[in-house]
Ligand binder design. Structure first.
Ligand SMILES: Nc1ncnc2c1ncn2[C@@H]1O[C@H](COP(=O)(O)OP(=O)(O)O)[C@@H](O)[C@H]1O
Ligand SMILES: [Mg+2]
Length: 153
């Protein structure tokens, strides 16, 4: 487990960018934290880190957005509006999680019982210094990413 203080939006974006470059295809990341904590901001940085230059919008209504990046297809999900974990089947979650794509999921607790365990979880909390970020690895791939992230910082 590692903790970081992110002073402003640029720091959150930069964190996402740097984290992306330490992940392998197939890496599944859960993004936790309240509304406005910075999950989508971090995801935007992450996709930029993979070389995606276009616009990244919040998938609040579409639930899932695919991104064709120079480092492979990546998915960004926001399950806030998911009424039932079963709905994940309808949005093609099997293809999203086939092990070959990086995937970021906001509000993963809404998909409990359907989503597999993540490789990494990132938790964002508001505090008077900006945001406090806690990152945890749950798998070998997650540990490799985190070690590489720490080594490069
Ligand atoms: N480290 C930070 N310190 C202060 N404000 C931040 C920081 N990171 C992001 N923000 C701001 O907080 C808001 C986060 O919004 P968003 O990323 O959409 O949150 P979420 O997806 O968690 O609901 C944005 O207005 C962004 O500018
Ligand atoms: Mg969001």
């Amino acid at each position: 487990m590692s903790e970081y203080v992110l002073a402003d939006e640029a720091a959150t974006t930069a964190f996402g960018e740097r984290l992306a470059r330490c992940t392998e295809p197939g890496c599944l990341i859960f993004l936790r934290g309240d509304l406005g904590a910075g999950k989508t901001t971090l995801a935007r940085g992450f996709l930029r880190g993979l070389g995606y230059a276009g616009r990244v919008k919040s998938p609040t209504y579409t639930l899932v957005e695919p991104y064709d990046t120079p480092r492979g297809v990546a998915y960004h999900l926001d399950l806030y509006r998911l009424a039932d974990p079963e709905e994940l089947e309808w949005i093609g979650i099997r293809d999203v999680l086939d092990g070959s794509h990086r995937c970021l999921i906001e509000w993963p607790q809404r998909g409990l019982g359907i989503l597999p365990d993540p490789d990494l979880t990132v938790e964002l909390e508001m505090d008077d210094r900006g945001r406090q970020l806690t990152i945890l690895a749950y798998s070998m791939a997650g540990k490799r990413a985190l070690t590489s992230f720490q080594y490069k910082s």
